[in-house]
Design a protein around this ligand. Structure first.
Ligand code: ADP
Ligand code: ADP
Ligand code: ZN
Length: 213
């Protein structure tokens, strides 16, 4: 089963992707997580990606596609995966589609997590991410057991630099320009499913399970 998560930054793609991954036994593939791990490790890829990420801009397609195709070619992805944060542009979706077609495969579900822009900025200012393992929380909606500390690994939780309000507004604008057209792209392929992302995360997941069966 190959799943693509669609939705604005902060819609809850990552939260739902992790729940899908653990209940369906699929790897969770997040290009944002891959980039952040490279930034943290100070790799050449990380240094390049960081210049875009800090401004809330997209990393160029060519680089992003190469990273993603390498990742999904790994052994653990052979029975499927949940893509979170990829594709984010029509050219990215077209390359993925072409690669899958070569293998006689396709994306089975594109799940669009819908949340209006007004809710997004509030959500993002409350998002906290683990510096070590990438787990995400929300100070009000999905709090960690102990304030400022990751439940999963005990490390410190921080507000991501690109979750500051000005950067979020830029990311939202780019989302509407470059990523939202993917909703039509996957709708035309007959695989688009929409869920109401304003419900609480457990309810959203119930809706997704009904879709995936
Ligand atoms: P969010 O979960 O808030 O939507 P991500 O963690 O997916 O954010 O992405 C963080 C940043 O990484 C993006 O703002 C962008 O700079 C970069 N990035 C992640 N995925 C992609 C992609 N598919 N194409 C281009 N840039 C990407
Ligand atoms: P995305 O991957 O789409 O950028 P995240 O999954 O990181 O989004 O969620 C953004 C923020 O909103 C996080 O702080 C997360 O804990 C919180 N969140 C996720 N789902 C919900 C929900 N259904 N209701 C309220 N807050 C949520
Ligand atoms: Zn952690």
């Amino acid at each position: 089963m190959k799943i693509v998560m669609l939705g604005a930054p902060g819609a809850g793609k990552g939260t739902q992707a992790k729940m899908i991954a653990s209940s369906y036994g699929l790897p969770h593939v997040s290009t944002g997580d891959i980039f952040r791990a490279n930034v943290k490790g100070g790799t050449p890829l990380g240094l390049e990606a960081k210049t875009y990420m800090d401004k809330g801009e997209l990393v160029p397609d060519e680089l992003t596609v190469r990273i993603l195709l390498d990742r999904v070619a790994q052994e653990d992805c052979k029975n499927g995966y949940v893509l979170d944060g990829f594709p984010r542009t029509i050219p990215q979706a077209e390359v993925l589609d072409a690669e899958l077609t070569k293998l006689g495969e396709k994306i089975d579900y594109a799940i669009d997590v819908e949340v209006p822009d007004e809710n997004i900025v509030k959500r993002m200012s409350g998002r906290r991410a683990c510096v070590n393992c990438g787990a995400t929380y929300h100070i009000v909606h999905i709090p960690p057991k102990k304030e400022g500390i990751c439940d999963a690994c005990g490390s410190e939780l921080i507000l991501r630099d690109d979750d500051k309000e000005e950067t979020v507004k830029n990311r939202l604008a780019i989302y509407h320009q470059q990523t939202q057209p993917l909703i039509d792209f996957y709708s035309n392929k007959g695989v688009l499913k929409e869920v109401d992302g304003t419900k609480d995360s457990a309810e959203v997941f119930e809706d997704i399970k009904k879709i995936l069966g």
